[in-house]
Design a binder for this molecule. Sequence first.
Ligand code: ZN
Length: 236
Amino acid sequence: MNVLVIAAHPDDEVLGVGGTIKKLSRAGNNVKIVIMATGIKSRRSQKYSNSPKYEADNDTDKKMDKQISLLRDEAKRASKILGAKEIEFLDFPDNEMDSVSLLKVTKSIENQISSFKPDIVYTHTNFDVNIDHRVCYQATLVATRPHKGTKIKQVISYEVPSSTEWFFPSSFSPNIFVDISKEISSKKHALKAYKNEIRGFPHPRSVDALEHISKRWGTVSGFNHAEAFYLVRKLD
Ligand SMILES: [Zn+2]
């Protein structure tokens, strides 16, 4: 089976789907991760802080390029730990994906679908404070709309700790629970690959929090550790 994971930023794939990616890969499935945005915020002109224009100088550009490439190295390390077959990076603007037309984002996901031919697509949930996450969800819905002979059998949305739980009123209501008791250690290991993204407990993007969250979903589903998802659409 081919499984496509759409992630807005480097580390979303680990936080939301890390255990499941490991489990699917172990079972012999091909998992491809696509990171949509750079993960590094662009610097705006000081003078016009609300301007849509960027006035980054050469030094700032160089610094940003370096940060982006370091972050991508971390993402590659994490994807290896999880056993994903492939990881690809697109360059949508970080935390400003709503400044790009939904059509452009949709087209880029459609391109991934036509080349990789996934059976299952994982994407963000729409119930999330992060604008890039919501754009990815909406673009995935459009890109995966069913047609005659469609190969995609399931579209599944995932939560991202430090985004989804801060959407109020909370509306992420999972109906799929994956037992990741054997994969939780790889998930934690993969998060540690993101040296600059992880925080200390009680921040939700901490190694301890991952443990608590997977146990919390475990209490809902009868597993020691679980990841929780919402089934958006299934075709049988
Ligand atoms: Zn994110």
